[in-house]
Design a protein. Structure first.
Length: 282
C-alpha cells in the first residue's frame, strides 16, 4: 500500500518522462517487428513464387508424358465412337423395319407350317371372303389372311372340330380320352396336345408309329401329343417339300425334253427345206 501511495504521489513531470521513454521503447520495438514482418513476408512471397514455378514445371512434364498416350488413344476412341454411331443407326433401322412389318401373332404360336398354304389360299380356292371363312370355322375375327393353314387349323375351337367330324363334343372327348378341363372353347391345338399317343393312334399302332417317325424308347403310349406334334408335323412338311421338289424336277426335265424335241424337229424341217431348194435349183 505504501508503494502505491508513493507512485500516486509522484509529480506529473516524472510520470510524463517515464511514459515518454516507455512509448519510445514501444515504437522502436514496433519498428523492429515491422521490419522483421516485412522481411518474413518477402521470404514467403519468394517461396510461393518458387513453388508456383515448380508446379508449372511439373504440369509441363506431365503433359509431355501423357500427350503421346492421349494421341495414341484418340483414334481408338474415335473408332469406338463411330462404331457406336453405326450400331445406333442399325438399331433404329431395324426398329423402323420391324414396326412397318405386319405382326401375325397366330403364325408365332409354334405350329409347323405343313402345307405351305395360307388362309388366303384357302378362301381363294373356295371363293369366300375372309370374314365368312373365319365365321365358318369359329376363328378369331382379327386373324389375318396370311395366317398359315396349320395355325388356323389349330386355332379352331375344339367344339367346332367335333362338329366337323360329325360328332358332339362330349363324344369327341370320350373317344380320344381328352381331359375334363378341356372345353368346347379350348383351341384344338391345346386340346389335341393333351391327348395320349395310345388314344390317338391305338395301342397296336404305337410301334409302327414310332418307327415311322424315328421315335425312341422314351416315347410311350402315355406320351402327350403336344410332345410329338412338332416332330410329326415337321416330318410331314419335309415329305411335302420333297414331293414338290420331285414334281418340279420332273416338270423341268419334261420341259427340257420338249425343247430338245422342238429343236430337233426344227432342224429336220430346216434340212428338208434345204434339200427341196437344191432339187428346185437343179
Amino acid at each position: 500500500m505504501d508503494k502505491n501511495l508513493n507512485e500516486f504521489g509522484k509529480m506529473p513531470e516524472d510520470i510524463t518522462e517515464e511514459v515518454t521513454e516507455a512509448a519510445e521503447e514501444t515504437v522502436e520495438a514496433a519498428e523492429e517487428l515491422a521490419q522483421e514482418t516485412e522481411e518474413a513476408a518477402a521470404e514467403v512471397a519468394a517461396a510461393a513464387e518458387d513453388v508456383a514455378e515448380a508446379a508449372e514445371e511439373v504440369i509441363e512434364e506431365a503433359a509431355e508424358i501423357t500427350e503421346p498416350a492421349i494421341e495414341a488413344a484418340a483414334p481408338k476412341s474415335k473408332a469406338k465412337a463411330i462404331i457406336a454411331v453405326i450400331a445406333a443407326v442399325v438399331i433404329v433401322a431395324v426398329a423402323m423395319i420391324t414396326s412397318t412389318m405386319e405382326f401375325n401373332k397366330y403364325n408365332r404360336l409354334g405350329y409347323v407350317d405343313i402345307s405351305g398354304k395360307t388362309v388366303q389360299d384357302l378362301i381363294d380356292a373356295q371363293g369366300m371372303e375372309l370374314s365368312e371363312f373365319l365365321e365358318m370355322y369359329g376363328l378369331p375375327e382379327d386373324m389375318p389372311a396370311d395366317t398359315t393353314e396349320a395355325a388356323a387349323y389349330y386355332s379352331i375351337p375344339a367344339g367346332k372340330i367335333a362338329e366337323m367330324y360329325g360328332m358332339d363334343f362330349e363324344t369327341l372327348k370320350t373317344t380320344l380320352n381328352i381331359p375334363a378341363e378341356v372345353t368346347e372353347e379350348t383351341t384344338w391345338g391345346e386340346a389335341e396336345g393333351e391327348i395320349a399317343l395310345i388314344n390317338y393312334v391305338g395301342e397296336s399302332n404305337i410301334d409302327s408309329f414310332k418307327a415311322e417317325y424315328g421315335l425312341g424308347d422314351e416315347v410311350t403310349g402315355e406320351t402327350k401329343w403336344k410332345e410329338l406334334r412338332a416332330i410329326v408335323d415337321t416330318k410331314q412338311k419335309e415329305a411335302r417339300e420333297a414331293q414338290e421338289a420331285e414334281a418340279a424336277a420332273a416338270a423341268a426335265e419334261a420341259e427340257t425334253a420338249d425343247d430338245a424335241e422342238t429343236e430337233t424337229e426344227a432342224g429336220a424341217e430346216g434340212d428338208a427345206a434345204g434339200e427341196t431348194e437344191e432339187i428346185t435349183e437343179e
